[in-house]
Design a protein. Structure first.
Length: 399
């Protein structure tokens, strides 16, 4: 949140009819289309309506911005000169309250309570302050596709990669593989510049190379990324039923990986410098050829439609590095380094040492039941089942 002392608000109860859903809200709403995709409603208004009924009112205050309509009517509900309010945080609560008021089965008492809603009212915000208020919802878990769309909105507004990264970092924690591990590193930063460096380095591959790159490469690539993420989110649009009545979901033409996005960016640049050029809707010669190749790869066929030879499954470098951070064995860490393309010359020595320790444990297991000396028995038990601290305490006590 901005520390600007001018960023003040007034708390007041406002008529529900003066409050409006923010059109730039992160959530997907019923009836929305994104790049031609009919999105699934992620508002989950039903659950919020239950909460409002149970609490007999909305939980927490809405965060809204006051506006005065300019000359000329803005739709049927807002006329020139009217004061109205756009909800920056709390759109789901407002949506649920609106539906409850319109529902003839809602109790009169609750409808009366919801005629005015508690709000924190801001005025004359600039774009950066407005974005911070919209994005100041740290407890919310957003769908991957919602995060992608938000990044594209910021990109379209002219924000730089670094500024977008700083705004969406809280949401990207759930998007990237190493997100949770980054939280303590970010919180340990002592200055804004240090924090910015950590975040922009962390998000370079995912946010810059994939999300923002796809945002600049036309609707076909944008749809591919959105549909890929919607499938992961479990909110891919249903396009029909199979013979057994199970839903069939819309899927992407190809899966935009980091390496593929880099290849597409190179192809786009080459097309832009060629006589045929590059177009967001039509693409270009090299660009379209790259997409056609990705589609064949995902289908497992060559240019003639023949099945590609089966390749052994290989984990990505990112996945191997993730495993390395979870691994404590020096030999295993070295093996993962080698698998990810980094040469570790001392791996044989580490493996030999690991094998020596395994052999010692095998001997201890073989003789443990026949040991009669109490101290040797205790030492062997600690060696086989204890931890470092227990062993240190035992050795210290018997030194």
């Amino acid at each position: 949140m901005s520390h600007d002392v001018r960023l003040k608000f007034v708390s007041k109860d406002l008529p529900i009819g003066k409050l409006h859903i923010n059109p730039d809200n992160l959530r997907f709403r019923k009836g929305m289309k994104v790049d031609g995709i009919a999105v699934v409603d992620t508002y989950n208004v039903g659950t919020m309506k239950d909460v409002i009924r149970d609490q007999h009112g909305i939980p927490n205050r809405l965060v809204v911005e006051e506006h005065t309509a300019p000359e000329g009517p803005l739709g049927d509900k807002i006329a020139a000169g009217d004061v109205y309010y756009i909800t920056l945080a709390g759109n789901r609560r407002l949506n649920a309250a609106q539906e409850l008021v319109a529902d003839g089965t809602t109790s009169k008492e609750l409808v009366e309570t919801l005629q005015k809603l508690p709000c924190n009212v801001y005025k004359s915000l600039d774009e950066e302050q407005r974005r911070e208020l919209i994005n100041d919802q740290r407890s919310q878990r957003y769908a991957r596709a919602e995060i992608v769309l938000t990044c594209w909105r910021y990109q379209a507004a002219g924000m730089s990669y670094a500024d977008i990264a700083m705004f969406v970092a809280p949401q990207m924690v759930t998007y990237t593989g190493q997100g949770q591990k980054m939280i303590p590193k970010i919180e340990a930063c002592k200055t804004l510049e240090e924090r910015k460096k950590v975040i922009t380095t962390w998000l370079k591959g995912t946010l810059d190379t994939i999300i923002l790159s796809c945002g600049k490469m036309g609707p076909r690539v944008r749809r591919a990324l959105l549909l890929s993420d919607m499938l992961i989110d479990g909110i891919a649009p249903e396009v029909g039923k199979d013979s057994e009545g199970n839903p069939i979901y819309e899927t992407s033409e190809f899966k935009p990986s980091q390496s593929r996005c880099l290849e597409l960016a190179r192809a786009k640049k080459a097309d832009e410098q060629s006589p045929g050029g590059w177009d967001p809707e039509k693409g270009g010669v090299d660009f379209n050829a790259a997409i056609a190749k990705f589609i064949r790869e995902d289908k497992g066929v060559d240019e003639c439609g023949n099945p590609l030879p089966t390749q052994p499954q290989r984990q990505s470098v990112e996945a191997l590095q993730n495993q390395k951070t979870l691994t404590q064995s020096k030999a295993a860490k070295a093996a993962l380094e080698i698998a990810s393309g980094k040469h570790v010359l001392h791996f044989a020595d580490l493996d030999s040492e690991a094998r020596r320790l395994e052999q010692l444990v095998d001997v201890a297991l073989k003789y443990k039941d026949g040991i009669t000396d109490p101290k040797v028995k205790e030492f062997t038990k600690i060696l086989l089942t204890g931890d470092q601290l227990t062993l240190e305490n035992f050795l210290a006590a018997n030194s």
